[in-house]
Design a protein around this ligand. Structure first.
Ligand SMILES: [Zn+2]
Length: 369
């Protein structure tokens, strides 16, 4: 079984918008309530792990008794809030994430609902969702008939647009592809990656220009008096630019991953994200803006669809400091050294050298080196 998500714009009526707003609010409410209760349980049993494990956690059903208005919205959305909280705790306990946080009013407005007994239906130009009934959708591409809808996530952007992401599942058993062409990628903050053949992916110029425009708009916003009319106007402008940039980035990442998938049978990358995070922090850009995570997700499913492979190598592998020609490892390599020069006489662009090492390590894992 394989999964694929399709994203479309939604056009709710005023009445549907009200119900959507209520659903976003209820999901947040239930999430925060459950978190509050779990924190109390956690505090009480934190020294007794067994008791903590045994303890029953709150469910949305419990709150419906105390807050009957919760019944007005899609109950599956509330059930998913519970699952999301569960996931947040699992990540916390495994050390992958910090302690779960309360959702604020300013947080992303979204909820997920599931397909249960045909409650979700797609028809010409509209989609039927629990409680909302038929809602107008701009479906710019077809979902193949053998794709079964699993769940839908409805989101409202900061600029007031609505989107739906439809997750589908389908029977798919790709024939494993014989691996002949392999490429290694070295992550790069500015250009996304440098590959083992010395090629750089590069964000398109219009994207980089939009980033500059956003930085300017944010500076203007910071000078305006918070809460004033001009501040609100500018804030909207910043939000619109953010959205535009996010879309451009996503398009570019789709294209870049598509090209690699077409050209190679296996792609080797470092299992980040330490390096990416460190670079992002140094450049003062938020981790959120760094497309590497999204890129590797796209790359993985595109490769898998064709029976190809994404190989992740250990993030502690010394890809930068090792000579890809003779294997000597340098004691130190400063960031300003853009050229890698080895005692053996090998000279290469620093990132290309790293990408070649990544490829070699990947080949070792594949057992073909
Ligand atoms: Zn060397």
């Amino acid at each position: 079984m394989a999964n694929k998500a399709y994203k479309f714009r939604l056009y709710p009526t005023q009445e549907q918008e009200q119900l959507l707003a209520k659903t976003f609010g209820c999901v947040r409410f239930v999430y925060n309530k459950m978190l509050e209760e779990r924190i109390q349980i956690y505090e009480k049993f934190k020294d007794d792990k067994e008791a903590l494990k045994q303890h029953k956690f709150p469910t949305p059903a419990k709150y419906k008794r105390d807050f009957p208005w919760l019944k007005e919205v899609d109950s599956l959305a509330l059930a998913n809030a519970q699952l999301n909280l569960q996931k947040a705790f699992t990540n916390f306990f495994s050390g992958r994430a910090g302690f779960p946080k309360f959702k604020s009013r300013k947080a992303k407005q979204s909820y997920t609902t599931n397909m249960v007994n045909g409650n979700i239906k797609l028809a010409d130009g509209s989609i039927k969702l629990p409680k909302l009934k038929w809602i107008k959708i701009k479906q710019h591409r077809d979902i193949p008939p053998h794709h079964m809808i699993k769940s839908c996530t409805i989101t409202k952007t900061k600029t007031g647009k609505y989107f739906i992401s439809i997750l589908t599942e389908y029977e798919h058993q790709p024939v494993p592809k014989e691996i002949e062409n392999v490429v290694g990628l070295d992550f790069s903050m500015n250009t996304l990656y440098v590959d083992s053949e010395g090629k750089r992916a590069n964000y398109p110029r219009f994207y980089r220009q939009a980033l500059e425009k956003l930085a300017r708009a944010q500076r203007v916003l910071s000078r305006r008096r918070k809460g004033s009319n001009r501040w609100h106007k500018q804030r909207r402008k910043v939000a619109q630019l953010h959205e535009k940039i996010a879309n451009q980035r996503q398009d570019f990442l789709h294209k870049a991953s598509r090209q690699l998938t077409n050209r190679y049978d296996a792609v080797v990358i470092e299992d980040l994200n330490m390096k990416g995070m460190a670079q992002a922090l140094r450049f003062g850009q938020s981790i959120h803006d760094n497309g590497w995570g999204m890129f590797t997700t796209f790359l993985q499913y595109k490769l898998e669809e064709q029976g190809k492979k994404l190989i992740k190598i250990d993030k502690w592998f010394p890809s930068s400091k090792m000579c890809s020609c003779c294997g000597r490892v340098k004691v130190s390599l400063s960031l300003s050294e853009r050229l890698f020069c080895c005692e053996c006489g090998f000279v290469a662009d620093r990132d290309t050298n790293a990408a070649i090492n990544i490829k070699k390590e990947g080949l070792k894992q594949l057992g073909t080196a």
